[in-house]
Design a protein around this ligand. Sequence first.
Ligand code: ADP
Ligand code: ADP
Length: 227
Amino acid sequence: MTALLSAAGVAKHYGRTPALTGVDIDVAEGEIVAVTGPSGCGKSTLLHCLAGILRADAGTVTYRDQDLGLWSEKSRSRLRRTDFGVLFQFGQLVPELTAAENVALPLLLAGSGRREARADAQQWLERFGVDHVAEARPGAMSGGQQQRCAVARAMVTQPRVLFADEPTGALDALAGEQVLGELVRAARDQDTAVVLVTHDARVAAYADREVALRDGANDPSGLGVGS
Ligand code: ADP
Ligand code: ADP
C-alpha cells in the first residue's frame, strides 16, 4: 500500500540550528498518526514540512505520489486550502470575525458561495456543540469554545489530512479529552488522516500509531510516550 503522505530523510535547519536531521514517516489514507517526543525534538518542524508550510532542506515530502518540494509556493498554498486542514495549540481564530464567520472562511477561500459556506459552517458549529456562540467573537468565548470553533474551521473543508499541533494543549485535561474525542470521531467519519503532534501520552493514545522523534530524528528505540 502506498502512503497518502510521507516524508523520507527530511532535514531542516533554522540558520545553523538543526531541527530535523533525517526523518521518515508514512501516513495512510484516514490514518491517525501521533508524532511524539520531548520539547524541541522537531515535532512542529516536521508538521510544517509535511503540510508544505516549510520547505525541507533535504529529503522528500510526498503527497499522493507527488513530490511537494517541486511545487511552487502558490501550488502548495492552494493544496493547503483544498486538501489540508491545520490546527494549532491556540486556535488562532480571527478576532474580528464571529465564530460562524471564522468557520466559513476556509470555504470562502476555497471558492464556495456565501450561502453554502454559511450553512456548512453552521453545521460544523453544531457538530462541535458551539452553535450557540455562532454570532460571538473569539474574545467573548471560553478557551474550550474557541478551540472547538478552531477544530470546526480546520475540518469544514473536509480535508484529506488534518495537521494538529498540540491541539488541546491550552485546555484543561477534561476539556482537552472531550475536544480530542470529538476531533478524532469527526476525522474518522470523513476518512481524514490526522498528523497529531503531542508530547502527551494521553493524547497519543487517541492515534492509530505513534512515530517518536528524538533530537530531530526518528527515535531508534521506537518507544514513544504511548508505549
Ligand atoms: P518541538 O515541536 O518538538 O518542540 P520544534 O520543531 O518546535 O520542536 O523545534 C525543533 C528545534 O528547532 C528546537 O531546537 C527549536 O528551538 C528550533 N526552532 C524551531 N523553530 C525555530 C525557528 N523559527 N527559529 C529558530 N529555531 C527554531
Ligand atoms: P511547540 O509548543 O510546538 O514546541 P514552541 O513554543 O517551541 O512550540 O515554538 C513556538 C513558535 O516559536 C514556533 O513557531 C516555532 O517555530 C518558534 N520557535 C521555536 N523555537 C524557536 C527558536 N529557538 N527561535 C525562534 N523561534 C523559535
